[in-house]
Design a protein. Sequence first.
Length: 255
Amino acid sequence: MMNPRHYVDLKETDRNLQPTYYFMINCLLYSRMETGLVSNQDFYDEDVNVYLAHLLHSFINPEYVEQSKKFLSKYDTDVFRRLSNSTDSRLKYLIYKTNADFLLISIGIFDNPAAPQTTRAKVQPAEEAYIGRGKTYYHFAYSYAQQVHRRNQGVADVLEKLSVGFDKYIKILSHMRGEYLDLMTRLSAGEVYHLERSVDEDQQRELLRLKQDELLELYSALKARPSPETEQNLERIVSEIRQLNPSFKFDLPRS
């Protein structure tokens, strides 16, 4: 199997393996020229090109995506809840940066910032909100990067530029998606449906596992120290598990 970090340029006669990063940076630079949003037009941003190419390259690596999951949250409220309980600047930096990066790629490359939907029309009205969210996340990431990367302010500078020009970089990546990656047209409607269904099923299994863990904790607590509050919580969690798995059977202990 070919290493996903390498590719073969079919337009070249030698057909030599090239690092995938070169493919990403070339497509990105061509997309900038073809959209008229060339480098250094409003401010120096060749460093942003390098950052974006590395970010796109990272998404090819399943390990990167897996490691990023622990920092990702679907809603602003979840993000802010996690941050309100932490005084760790590095953790806050990673949470803001990771969520901003995934929003940028989700909107720009996959044209879908929200949860899986069956039609693009359902996503369109909320896209401006997601762009605003991306700008905000990059701005906060920039602020914390100044504390975390005191000796390397180049990282903070890039994050600030991504915050200011978030919508511009979305346009560049959207052009790259259509002209060079062509992801959406390669997936049929049936394939998209099954992909979305697979994601939903994975989420349901994970949620069910968490609910079952909570059930065991509540049951142990009820056995150790019975109380009406614990009994009510146990009834609630059993009901929630049955909604996810109607075949689930559990006899609630009688008071």
